[in-house]
Write a protein that binds this ligand. Structure first.
Ligand SMILES: Cc1cc2nc3c(=O)[nH]c(=O)nc-3n(C[C@H](O)[C@H](O)[C@H](O)COP(=O)(O)OP(=O)(O)OC[C@H]3O[C@@H](n4cnc5c(N)ncnc54)[C@H](O)[C@@H]3O)c2cc1C
Length: 379
């Protein structure tokens, strides 16, 4: 008999790694698979991997992000302290107009913060006139090292999943060579690639971004985010990163020079005169239709189409889900902030049957998508 697992997690980015870690801690026999032989070759490898709170005028997404931030920093400090640098993160206004909004944002800063004025910023080596927030508990992860450390702690296999088949309470994963793997539960943590099943209702889409790691002797103790992210100098390396290009292919807008605009902006923020490029990364982050993460069970779209066609005319029949099939995706530009808490919630759903938080349950998107589909003329 081939070996069978409680849960196979597909995708070894930060989402899949955290899911495998959380499920294993709940006593499950897990297997993490990825088409690559190592972790973090997707969006997670390219990430600047800042772990910082969200600023703004409040609202549900900010509240959820800040709840996830509070959990994530403690999680990394407890389990992976070597790969989380609590440098603090300064949030700098994008321009004078944005600077005016910071006092409106202030009442909604849930994480510990303090203001830094122009002189204080300059003493830290930052060329900036506008008063900014410093979040001292925030920091930066070493993204690939962190994911690969998690990978070493859970069973892992290189496997490019081509097809998923469900039969008699058991999922079978197939690759192109017709090899198979078996499990009771499946977690899809495949980032922007979402073609294994019909997930259209979740509206998963990718945004390209790039990161450059530079050798530098610049004394920069604090990380910062303005239009782009600039990390503190950690072991002689400063990371510049940003995501911004909504496109299926990379390099359409950057014309083969993904770091040109980053370097231009960074030079206005700090002294980049001794920066020497060490490595370039490009990757895609995956967001959902409404920017909230996608954690939970997956609606059986073909079943709903066949048995409840009235759902496309505004009816609200009970949703039928695929048995034992779950997703952890849509963590957007904050994968390293969301992944630890979302993985915990997912593990509680799978192992304890605890209902997932409605804010992140993908069900929220199905009926709206179905109604809209009917309203739109077919292609
Ligand atoms: C330039 C850049 C900067 C960023 N900065 C930050 C930041 O500062 N802070 C932050 O929190 N987030 C940041 N992000 C966002 C963050 O990187 C993403 O949210 C996160 O990486 C998403 O992780 P994931 O595990 O969902 O997806 P991914 O990391 O993309 O992982 C998906 C994995 O699934 C695998 N896979 C897909 N399909 C299959 C299949 N069929 N079979 C087997 N394997 C499969 C892929 O190989 C891949 O390894 C940034 C992103 C970019 C691109």
């Amino acid at each position: 008999m081939p070996e069978s697992y409680d849960t196979i997690i597909i995708g070894a980015g930060i989402a899949g790694c955290c899911a495998a870690f959380a499920l294993q801690r709940q006593g499950q026999k897990v297997l993490l698979v990825d088409r690559s032989g190592m972790a973090a070759t997707g969006g997670s490898g390219a990430a600047g991997a800042f772990v910082s709170p969200k600023i703004g005028k409040g609202g549900p997404l900010q509240a959820l992000t800040n709840e996830a931030f509070a959990f994530a920093k403690d999680f990394y400090l407890e389990y992976f302290p070597d790969y989380f640098h609590q440098t603090g993160v300064i949030r700098i206004p994008k321009d004078a107009e944005d600077a005016k909004k910071f006092s409106l944002y202030e009442p909604h800063n849930e994480a510990k913060y303090r203001w830094l004025n122009k002189e204080q910023l300059q003493r830290l080596g930052i060329k900036e006139n506008n008063a900014s927030f410093l979040f001292e508990e925030a920091g930066v992860c070493d993204a690939p090292e962190l994911c690969n450390t998690i990978l070493k702690q859970v069973p892992f296999q290189q496997f490019a999943v081509e097809k998923l088949i469900y039969n008699n309470g058991n999922w079978t994963l197939l690759n192109a060579q017709r090899s198979t793997l078996n499990a009771r539960h499946i977690v899809l943590a495949t980032g922007h690639e979402s073609d294994l099943l019909d997930l259209r209702y979740m509206g998963i889409r990718g945004t390209w971004g790039s990161r450059g790691d530079y050798y530098s002797t610049l004394e920069l103790d604090v990380s910062m985010h303005k239009k782009i992210s600039v990390s503190a100098n950690i072991g002689g390396i400063i990371k510049l990163g940003a995501t911004h290009v909504k496109s299926k292919s990379p390099c359409i807008l950057c014309d083969g020079k993904p770091l040109a605009s980053l370097e231009e902006v960074a030079a206005k923020m700090v002294d980049t005169s001794d920066f020497v490029l060490k490595e370039t990364f490009c990757g895609m982050r995956a967001g959902s239709k409404d920017y909230f993460p996608l954690i939970g069970r997956v609606v059986d779209v073909p079943y709903m189409e066949a048995h409840h066609p009235n759902v496309f005319r505004g009816a609200k029949p009970p949703l039928k889900h695929l048995d034992n099939l779950y997703i952890l995706n849509g963590v957007g530009g904050r994968g390293f902030v969301f992944a630890p808490l979302m993985a915990k919630w997912l593990a509680e759903l799978i192992v304890e049957g605890k209902a997932v938080d409605r804010r992140v349950d993908p069900d929220r998107l199905f009926l709206k998508w179905a109604r809209k589909l009917k309203a739109e003329p077919s292609a």
